[in-house]
Ligand binder design. Sequence first.
Ligand SMILES: Cc1cc2nc3c(=O)[nH]c(=O)nc-3n(C[C@H](O)[C@H](O)[C@H](O)COP(=O)(O)OP(=O)(O)OC[C@H]3O[C@@H](n4cnc5c(N)ncnc54)[C@H](O)[C@@H]3O)c2cc1C
Length: 470
Amino acid sequence: MTRVRIIGAGLAGSEAAWQCARRGVAVELFEMRPACMTPAHQTDRFAELVCSNSLKSDSENTAPWLLKEEMRRAGSRLLGIAREAAVPAGHALAVDRAEFSRKVTEAVSREPHISIRREEVTKILDDGLTVIATGPLTSDALSAEIGRLVSECSTFGNGPGESCDAPSRAGVPAPHRNGNLYFYDSISPIVEADSIDMNKVYLAARYDKGSADYINCPMSKEEYDRFYDALVAAQAVDQKDWEKLNYFESCLPIEEIARRGPDTLRFGPMKPVGLKDPRSGRIPYAAVQLRQENLRADSYNLVGFQNHLKFGEQARVFGLIPGLENARFLRYGQIHRNTYIDSPRLLKSTLQMQARPNLLFAGQICGVEGYVESIATGLLAGMNAAALAIGTEPVPPPRATAFGSLVHYITQAETRSFQPANITFDLLPALADRVRDRKERHRQQCELAFGAFDEWYRKISCQLTVASPP
Ligand SMILES: Cc1cc2nc3c(=O)[nH]c(=O)nc-3n(C[C@H](O)[C@H](O)[C@H](O)COP(=O)(O)OP(=O)(O)OC[C@H]3O[C@@H](n4cnc5c(N)ncnc54)[C@H](O)[C@@H]3O)c2cc1C
């Protein structure tokens, strides 16, 4: 039986390795940290969540819930660990990030079928099966190698030609490259819990949905105007390059959202609707939400406040938010590069490369966006690599499922405008009969998805002996 080489022990790579191992397939898992760090990772642990701690909604019949539910049915190890490391977050699944990556590292390291190699991979070998799961911050040498590999078929997006041992790239925007598939994302700041002035804030969940786990910093019109003026005037890391950057629309820096108009924040990350202040019984003019970062509840994330202002500017401007006047920042917002291949041209719906079927891609580099989506594609790539290793043909997930819809998007999207996507109902097929009520429509889409999923998973499980997750 062929051994599977998996490059990158992030979210996708760790899940892929575990899926191979539980099918009895030997894995060599390569991880370049700690010898070679990325600008965003801070530890040597596997599956480190580099920014928010949220694995999105857990409310029934939402698209992220559907995907997670399919992953649960397919025995996702990382999702199981996420549940063990969960912290209160209303109707979302959020985790203690340190606990999560500690447990993943432990589970993967303990697995006898997985041998771990702590080294940077710079070459893709021709022989055997390989899963590339090196994520949005793939090292430069490997980016160049992948670029070379795919150049005949497509363009490949990557950041500037920095070497991986160059000084930290965090916060340093790169020169814009027209025509290539890459963009810039940004991360939000984290503050220490005991530096928040609890007399000025209140606990509530939007529309009282789920438990009141968010800290809300309410703003009057005067406070909002003062904050807005300071934000749009604040200095970004590099003003010149900043103006040319190609951002991911659903993760825009807060200062970029603010520049689009004085009220855009009040309809976006500072939206106050449904956040009644229990002390006054009123909805504030605007509100900043803080989400618990870890189980100890000693740090909080400023939800939607990703930015790439200079650190001093962040302390000054975010200090204007009621309750955060004396906040201590554990991490400031930063900008980062994203890297992904032109999957619609390159990949089959089994995540195998069309031109080299012994090479699979998973995680953010294959064109999905987000933690859960990265784990999901890792799961699929792991299952498919295991099938190939055993000598069977992988069977792609049906289109009606969340898995199938994600894969359909990354392999069938219009290649010119291809941008990584989160799971949404837009990616799922429309119902045969129009259902006007949104909730009912989504419920029916989920029902169809589960039917198709269960049938598919039963079929592919017959091909291989699959050990149950612990
Ligand atoms: C700064 C930042 C913030 C983000 N914030 C969020 C967020 O808040 N919410 C969200 O849902 N998504 C976020 N994302 C997007 C995405 O969901 C995460 O990046 C996710 O971790 C992607 O999973 P992955 O497995 O594809 O990559 P990663 O989890 O990054 O794993 C890739 C692994 O490959 C290793 N590696 C890279 N090159 C090599 C090499 N040549 N040899 C060996 N190992 C290598 C890396 O060290 C890393 O461990 C963010 C991304 C970044 C970069």
